[in-house]
Write a protein that binds this ligand. Structure first.
Ligand code: C2E
Ligand code: MG
Ligand code: MG
Ligand code: MG
Length: 290
């Protein structure tokens, strides 16, 4: 089959974001091994301040480099992990690894705020908050340095089950971000109940923000709504200078996307921060000299 063809075969799946039952069974056993053998990695994508491009923090994104098949995208293997009961273990690893990395960066003189993606099933574990708190304590990281991203649809999926966990997170001092916002049809009342600090506008709206009036109006409305509720607004998937300008005009607070940087390894992030800091300083020098 195409899957056995090696290298680029998963590109096919990436396109359709799903695979049949037999593929899923193969994937889940490969994924189990990958977890045991430590083949998962986190890459980090910067978020910058909309107004001045200053570095704010990163989103941690899971990477699975399959020994024969190359990079398997998370949109493909996270649903498999959820279906086959692997997501709690993987989620624990993500939080542990993010905390370990924050500590390593801090020891190296860089305080980096990290956002991790958390799945609905992870949130439903009774001990999720306790485990997260203990990972933070073990690495001496303040809760305010870690942000939990949950998708709007995940937050809505099982409001009763997640509500108490989300409230508990708030009590521990962990900030919450509502990911892929605009795709989940949540109500105003629901949003107000969540202990969230941030909304991330889904990439599908960002894509068209400078070319389509409906997308622009939607972003405009979300920014106003978020600000009225005291939430910070992040636009994800910013790829062009046109999108950047439109999002700044509309009052977005933070931007993230290939236009600034692709997700990268922990080491490369530090060079990126240093280079960017230097570039921004020299820009400031240029303008004062002019
Ligand atoms: P997400 O949380 O919405 O993450 C943003 C996705 O958009 C990432 O894809 C990122 O690489 C991609 N992206 C960033 N900027 C751009 C851009 O300018 N253009 C385009 N076209 N894409 C951009 P990625 O890494 O493939 O992750 C996909 C999804 O997988 C994530 O969407 C998230 O829902 C899930 N995921 C990733 N890591 C984890 C994890 O550790 N745990 C859980 N539960 N889910 C994860
Ligand atoms: Mg996310
Ligand atoms: Mg997102
Ligand atoms: Mg997304």
């Amino acid at each position: 089959s195409a899957k056995r063809g090696g290298g680029g075969a998963y590109a096919v799946f990436q396109q359709y974001m799903e695979c049949d039952a037999a593929d899923q069974v193969t994937l889940q056993s490969d994924l189990r091994l990958a977890v045991e053998r430590g083949q998962l990695r986190l890459h980090y994508q910067p978020k910058v301040e909309a107004r001045n491009g200053g570095f704010i923090g990163v989103e941690a994104l899971l990477r699975w480099e399959h020994p024969e098949r190359g990079m398997v995208p998370p949109n493909l293997f996270i649903p498999v992990a959820e279906r086959f009961g692997l997501i709690a273990g993987i989620g624990d690893w993500v939080i542990e690894e993010a905390c370990r990395q924050m500590r390593a960066w801090a020891d190296d003189g860089h305080v980096v705020h990290v956002a991790v993606n958390v799945s609905a099933l992870q949130l439903r574990q009774a001990n999720f908050v306790a485990k997260t708190k203990s990972a933070l304590q073990r690495h001496a990281i303040l809760p305010s340095q870690l942000l939990c991203e949950i998708t709007e649809s995940a937050a809505m999926e099982d409001v009763q089950a997640t509500q108490s966990t989300l409230e508990e997170l708030g009590k521990v001092g962990l900030f919450l971000s509502i990911d892929d916002f605009g795709t989940g049809y949540s109500s105003l009342g629901f949003l107000r109940q969540l202990p969230a600090r941030q909304l991330k506008i889904d990439r599908s709206f960002v894509q068209d923000v400078d070319s389509n009036n409906d997308a622009r109006s939607l972003v405009d409305a979300v920014v106003r709504l978020a600000h009225a509720l005291g939430l910070c607004v992040v636009a994800e998937g910013v790829e062009t200078v046109g999108q950047q300008r439109a999002l700044v005009d509309l009052g977005c607070d933070e931007l993230q996307g290939y236009f600034f940087s692709r997700p990268m390894s922990a080491d490369r992030l530090i060079s990126w921060i240093d280079d960017r800091g230097a570039a921004m300083t020299s820009c400031a020098d240029d303008s004062s000299a002019a």
